[in-house]
Write a protein that binds this ligand. Structure first.
Ligand code: HBI
Ligand code: FE
Length: 295
């Protein structure tokens, strides 16, 4: 990576460490700076919240063997966050040492421009608050369990980390080109709901699946109505997705390098072309496509 990135993030870590107040409350954007960054007020989490985290973690970790990709499981184990809601700055330091990424604490969903700007500068926004016990199985918005457990482990992988930065750069560009809906589908079907082909079979790398109790099992189950098809970026950019049910399509990659290389070209002509084409429903299977999950 460019050498200019490292000092920027090191300075950032230093500035966060000196802030004394902080935020951990859902929906509290009053503490956020211009980039929507807050300080994680770790002392404010209750014992009930730590206990809920431990339960979420234990349930999810037990589902991973044979389903999550090895890179995810190995990094997650090293992160050592099974005991309670983690201190983000601690993992951020380890992550910075591994791939030059840092974690920034945010109050929840943030505007697209800020989100992309963080990614483009190797900063991953992690929401500070934890879901309620009623949301154990399903939550609409990202919380700290989804963001930290689901997203942070793969950022320890150098190639995936580089893809995420390139995605952020592409996001800023898509905003200027009117390609945001299209590019958001790529994030959804890779970073959130992606599968990867390995010698041992299909494995999960998408954070939306890996942080969901039900979909970890569902997405690899033979005989469901869902598609498992090879990722073709242009095809993916045309494909609508489900936000309130399990996915009807899962796009499968062969390597993280495929993501990095596939996002190297200028998407301008693709956005132009797609403006004249219909979007595809989430359950589409084109005549040329092959279902990859053996029945
Ligand atoms: N904000 N905190 C947060 N997390 C996200 O995943 C996120 C966001 N803002 C915008 C956004 N995602 C999207 O537009 C991307 O999914 C493309
Ligand atoms: Fe996410």
């Amino acid at each position: 990576m460019e050498t200019s990135v490292a000092p920027t993030n090191a300075e950032f870590l230093a500035s966060v460490a000196t802030k004394s107040d902080g935020a951990a409350l859902r929906g509290d954007y009053t503490q956020a700076d211009a980039q929507y960054v807050v300080t994680q007020n770790w002392a404010a989490y209750t014992e009930e919240e730590h206990e809920l985290w431990r339960k979420l973690y234990a349930r999810q970790a037990a589902l991973l063997p044979g389903r999550a990709c090895d890179e995810f499981v190995e990094a997650l184990n090293k992160m050592d966050a099974s005991g309670g809601i983690p201190i983000l700055a601690t993992t951020s330091e380890a992550l910075f040492a591994a791939t030059g990424w840092v974690i920034v604490a945010v109050p929840g969903l943030i505007p697209e421009h800020s989100f992309f700007d963080h990614l483009a500068n190797r900063r991953f926004p992690v929401t500070v608050w934890l879901r309620t016990p009623e949301e154990f199985d399903y939550i609409v918005e990202p919380d700290i369990f989804h963001d930290f457990f689901g997203h942070v482990p793969l950022l320890f992988n150098p190639v995936f980390a580089d893809y995420m930065q390139r995605y952020g750069q592409g996001g800023l560009k898509a905003m200027r080109l009117g390609g945001l809906d299209e590019l958001a589908r790529l994030y959804w079907y890779t970073v959130e709901f992606g599968l990867i082909n390995t010698p041992q079979g299909l494995r999960i790398y998408g954070a939306g699946i890996l942080s969901s109790g039900g979909e970890v099992e569902y997405c690899l189950k033979p005989g469901t109505a869902s598609r498992h098809i090879r990722l073709d970026i242009e095809r993916c950019l045309r494909t609508l997705y489900k936000i309130d049910s399990y996915q009807e399509s899962y796009f499968v990659i062969d390597s993280y390098q495929q993501l990095f290389d596939g996002t190297a070209p200028d998407f301008t002509p693709i956005y132009e072309k797609l403006k004249h084409m219909d979007v595809l429903p989430a359950n589409t299977l084109l005549a040329t496509e092959i279902e990859l999950l053996p029945h």
